[in-house]
Write a protein that binds this ligand. Structure first.
Ligand code: NAD
Length: 437
């Protein structure tokens, strides 16, 4: 099928490449000329495992092109909208200006039978409003909402083989047309018996934010237990194991630590509460404000632990920060707890040196005041405390005996509860986890 993907960020660039790899003929469009220049040369503008290979292979096949000109979307039967929906400045609501602008710019290039497919995460009610905008254009095109569930770090695999597909479609013939078109788009996933939910716009929009709200709640739940463990002497990691053995609960997403971040979970739960308030049902999801507050308190906890563990005034101390991206296998530092901790420690006067396998460039662009090093040895040398905040394999596998020879004071704050505490203590370290004695 011929398709356009409008917005080539973390979601769109992967989606465009994966769709071309699956055999479709794809044009990726973005208003950012730098991003398009990178992509057009087969170079991903961000780090995502496997993307480089899929991008190169799709471009070599001749089925993938990139452009900054929305007019190049003309002729495609399917137009995916994958632009950003960030948090509005000064508000918790989602900023829909990019989605609106993308659809408006697309209207003159639509033809009868075309399907516009929203992939961005939007507040419930957005698709119905955009569908009216498209209907009013008189082009004969229609709209579906097909939320995206990919995880950064596994984005290619999640796009090619999703856990489930959700189509939000209009009623009647238009809905049947949209479903048929999307079934063709996702033919390989459908053939692999991927669970499929075909529903209305509102449900499709809500599925996405509900899923993120649930995941965020699960993480904040265990982090709340960590807070209680900290004042009662219990061990939250054993608690998580024990409750996780209950199949109804499950062990995944029960890792207490510095909390969640990234370009989705934090802004999505805030936008959800803002939208619920607009709909007069703020109380239904008021608990998400607590989920957010617990999450942010964990960052503060890591900073406080580090400061209190330093054997000297913070402004005379060197702190080594291991990790900057919001999760491993990504260079994304949007709302990253790791970067936040580094910035807060720097703000308190510490000499912070931070390292990350992929996220230094993005971090430097946002926080040039921090010192960065690509070299782990240099980062650790002379440190009065080491703070692990992103569980990259190279940090998890750090040898405590070797690391002890580099630092001034062997104190480690394990902000992800990912290290073997006994091994670190045996190597002479003061080991401090979250919610662990
Ligand atoms: P992003 O900021 O990385 O990418 C958005 C892109 O849209 C940017 O490259 C921007 O230049 C482009 N853009 C903005 N306005 C445009 C326009 N009018 N025309 C063409 N391009 C335009 O954001 P992202 O992380 O890719 O997220 C995009 C959407 O997908 C958001 O709604 C997000 O919540 C959702 N989402 C993201 C993920 C993820 O893991 N990143 C997963 C699921 C859903």
């Amino acid at each position: 099928m011929r398709m356009s993907v409008i917005g080539c960020g973390y979601l769109g660039a992967v989606h465009a490449s994966a769709m071309a790899e699956l055999g479709h003929d794809v044009i990726g469009i973005d208003v950012d000329p730098d991003k398009i220049a990178h992509l057009a040369q087969g170079r991903p503008p961000f780090f995502e495992p496997g993307l480089s290979e899929v991008l190169t292979s799709a471009m070599n096949s001749g089925r993938l092109r990139f452009s900054t000109d929305i007019a190049d979307a003309a002729g495609a039967q399917v137009h995916f909208v994958a632009v950003g929906t960030p948090q509005k400045q000064g508000s918790h609501a989602a900023d829909l200006r990019y989605v609106d602008a993308a659809i408006k710019s697309l209207l003159p290039h639509l033809a009868a039978g075309d399907l516009v497919v929203g992939k961005s995460t939007v507040p419930v009610g957005t698709a119905a409003r955009l569908a009216e905008m498209i209907a009013a254009s008189g082009t004969g095109a229609s709209l579906a909402w097909n939320p995206e569930f990919l995880r950064e770090g596994f984005a290619v695999q999640d796009t090619v083989s999703p856990d489930r597909l959700v189509y939000g479609v209009p009623g009647g013939d238009a809905g049947e047309h949209a479903t048929a078109v999307l079934n063709e788009v996702y033919a390989s996933a459908i053939a692999a018996d991927t669970p499929l939910v075909v529903t209305d716009y509102a449900t499709a929009e809500l599925v996405k934010v509900a899923a993120n709200a649930f995941l965020a709640t699960k993480i904040s739940f265990i982090n709340a237990m960590a807070e209680i463990a900290e004042v009662s002497g219990a061990d939250v990691t054993q608690l998580a194991d024990a409750i996780g053995f209950d199949n109804r609960i499950g062990r995944r997403f029960l890792n207490a630590g510095v909390g969640f971040g990234g370009g989705c979970l934090p802004k999505d739960i805030r936008a959800f509460t803002a939208r619920a308030e607009e709909l007069g049902r703020g109380e239904s999801v008021a608990f998400l404000k607590e989920v957010d507050a617990i999450n942010l308190r964990r960052r503060q906890r890591v900073v406080d632990l580090a400061v209190s563990a330093l054997g000297r005034p913070v402004h005379t101390a060197k702190v080594a920060v291991l990790g900057l991206s919001f999760k491993p296998h990504s260079d994304d530092v949007r709302d990253s707890p790791a970067l936040d901790v580094a910035v807060q420690l720097r703000g308190l006067g510490a000499d912070v040196v931070a390292t990350d396998p992929q996220a230094i460039e993005n971090s430097r662009a946002r926080h040039p005041q921090l010192s960065y090093s690509t070299d782990l040895e240099e980062t650790l040398r002379g440190a009065d405390a080491v703070v692990l905040v992103t569980e990259w394999p190279e940090f998890r596998e750090l040898d405590p005996v070797w690391a002890a020879t580099l630092v001034r004071t062997p104190t480690i704050i394990d902000g992800r509860n990912t290290l073997n505490a006994a091994a670190w203590r045996a190597a002479g370290w003061t080991y401090l986890g979250l919610g662990r004695p």
